[in-house]
Write a protein that binds this ligand. Structure first.
Ligand SMILES: CSC[C@H]1O[C@H](OP(=O)(O)O)[C@H](O)[C@@H]1O
Length: 348
């Protein structure tokens, strides 16, 4: 299982997910600007992974910062935090990780201690995420039977997290245990995280995976024995409404129509109680060229009007269960999610 992010004190090494599946290339980032660019350009992507990358960016910045005045150091740290937070708006893990690191640094009594606390916190976020993903995988696997086939979209696999992934975690665990699960992966237009990343990851793990284009989902649900749809998420509102990769809402509506359970695999770090409902989740809109061009070649008339939202919001009524590291929530999301969040942190 490849690791998408590694911290090396004076730099962060990021697996360039835009070059996958054919090239395994790493970017060495020594500045927050380089990490910002990697997040913006989706070289590192997936809600937990961008949070980790940003946390490590602060650690690298701290190690390189020359001031010995704690007040100046913390003021600069907050500026770097705000800058990194401007890279992408939807996945709440980015802000969660940055704020966790800044809050930790604010407890220091001098700059040397602050540097150490920042590094420790960033490493803790990565370590906890691996544990969280494994637990999500265990819970998700309890909803599946030997021989099941799931449908997924985008990539919520190992490279979107510290390890195992969220929606793909049960497939990894099943493989380890000799349980046969197979998957259909939507290609995920426009940036093809499904075909480039999910199919590649599952093939590497020896999981039986079949690629479909996004517009084949209804026909696939109508004609293939799909046991469940399982997806990752970028932000879950307090009432359970869930933002995930564009196309997810369509899958949720289809799942309901075909009587197939629709599961969201969600670390508690992705659940945002400050956002009351899905309407309040900021939805990133990306460059028109992601749709008007394919591998640099125009596929639409020049000057075409484009709407390119990167995410959509699935209302909680379509969600059969939200699978967290602390258990499975099936209904009454508002109360249940608040209860689970209150009991954080439990993974020290
Ligand atoms: C494990 S979270 C994965 C999450 O990230 C994706 O978005 P993006 O590739 O734009 O970062 C997507 O919405 C996935 O569910």
């Amino acid at each position: 299982m490849l690791r998408s992010i590694a911290y090396h004190g004076d730099h962060v090494r990021i697996l360039d997910q835009q070059r996958l599946p054919h090239d395994t290339v790493y970017v060495h980032c020594t500045t927050t600007a380089e990490v910002w660019e990697c997040i913006k350009a989706l070289k590192v992507r997936g809600a937990p992974a961008i949070g980790m990358a940003a946390a490590f960016a602060l650690a690298v910045w701290a190690n390189r910062a020359s001031t010995t005045n704690l007040t100046d150091f913390l003021a600069s740290l907050r500026r770097e935090r705000d800058y990194l937070a401007s890279s992408r708006p939807t996945a709440v893990n980015l802000f969660w990780a940055l704020d966790r690191v800044v809050a930790r640094a604010a407890t220091a009594t001098n700059v040397t201690e602050a540097r150490q606390l920042i590094e420790n916190e960033a490493l803790a976020i990565q370590k906890e995420d691996e544990d969280v993903c494994r637990r999500i995988g265990e819970h998700a696997l309890s909803l599946m039977n030997d021989g099941d086939t799931i449908l997924t979209i985008c990539n919520a696999g190992a490279i979107a997290t510290a390890r195992y992934g969220t929606a793909l975690a049960p497939l990894y665990l099943a493989k380890e245990r000799g349980i046969h699960l197979s998957a259909y992966a939507c290609e995920t237009r426009p940036l093809l995280q499904g075909s480039r990343l999910t199919v590649w990851e599952l093939q590497q793990a020896g999981v039986d995976v079949t690629l479909i284009s996004d517009n084949m989902a209804a026909h696939t649900l109508a004609t293939k024995p799909i046991s469940a749809v399982i997806v990752g998420c970028d932000r879950v509102a307090a009432n359970g409404d869930t933002a995930n990769k564009i196309g997810t809402l369509g899958l949720a509506i289809l799942a309901k129509e075909f009587g197939v359970p629709f599961y969201v695999a969600a670390p508690l770090s992705t659940i945002d109680l400050e956002t009351a409902t899905g309407d309040a989740i900021p939805i990133e809109e990306r460059a028109p060229e992601e749709i008007t061009h394919f591998h640099g070649h125009p596929v639409a008339p020049s000057g075409t009007n484009v709407f390119n939202p990167a995410f959509d919001v699935t209302p909680h009524r379509y969600i059969s269960a939200i699978i967290t590291e602390k258990g499975i929530v099936r209904d009454n999301y508002q109360e249940a999610l608040a209860g689970l969040k209150q009991s954080e942190p439990a993974l020290k």
